[in-house]
Design a protein around this ligand. Structure first.
Ligand code: ATP
Ligand code: MG
Length: 206
């Protein structure tokens, strides 16, 4: 079989397999009578390109579950697989966005978006262009040189989303990333995320 055929078969296989598989994963903190079952056994699959939401009351284990997929925590029971491989630790291909943005205050919006690209050794001109394009896409054209303190809460969150998209992760995990913005901004940003996703941006989970 030639290389093209093999590649086509490999990509068909990749589409058929779930990107994320959580199989009876559970996590308990502490031991004995004071043990807290943060997450009971849970199973689900997310396919590439899917927008998957986890909804539940405060304390039901949503953040714990995202930590397992991001690789910040390991399950006590069950398995978490990404791309068919067990998650053993954090990886830049699986990014977790937090409720509060984590921008570097001394860097401009553009320099914040460039951060991951800089670490990956992307040449200056390329990362500039990518950062500018993403900021534009997130409705932040003209704010490239603003520092985080000069931006509103919703704008800061958009910069952190742009920063995450800049490194083109396979999985973008979001832990209530819009929880800190007002209701109207949240609705608008939700729409923007869906539009980005429909246009072929990242498979996501939050
Ligand atoms: N590192 C930890 N050590 C001990 N207990 C923890 C730890 N992390 C989470 N828990 C407990 O696990 C349970 C689930 O917490 P988790 O943060 O996953 O909930 P959540 O669904 O994200 O809640 P919220 O909607 O309020 O963010 C809670 O009872 C919490 O106290
Ligand atoms: Mg939480």
């Amino acid at each position: 079989m030639d290389g093209v055929n093999l590649r086509a078969r490999a990509s068909l296989l990749a589409e058929a397999l779930p990107l994320i598989s959580v199989e009876e994963a559970a996590r308990t903190f502490g031991a004995g009578p004071r043990a807290i079952e943060a997450l009971g056994p849970v199973s689900f699959e997310v396919r590439s390109g899917e927008f998957f939401c986890i909804v539940g009351p405060s304390g039901c284990g949503k953040s714990t579950l995202l930590d397992l997929v991001a690789g910040f925590e390991r399950p006590d029971a069950g398995r978490v697989l990404v791309g068919g491989r067990p998650v053993l630790g954090p990886d830049p291909r699986r990014l977790l966005l937090f409720q509060e943005h984590a921008l570097l205050p001394w860097r401009s919006a553009r320099a914040n978006v460039e951060l991951g690209l800089e670490l990956a050794g992307v040449p200056r001109a390329d990362r500039r262009e990518r950062a500018r394009g993403l900021l534009h896409e997130m409705g932040l054209a003209g704010f490239e040189n603003a520092r985080p303190r000069e931006l509103s809460g919703g704008m800061r969150q958009r910069v952190s989303i742009a920063r995450a998209l800049a490194v083109d992760p396979d999985v973008l995990l979001m832990d209530e990333p819009l929880g800190a913005v007002d209701a109207l901004t949240r609705l608008r940003l939700q729409d923007e995320l869906l539009t980005l996703q429909r246009r072929g941006a990242r498979p996501s989970s939050w």
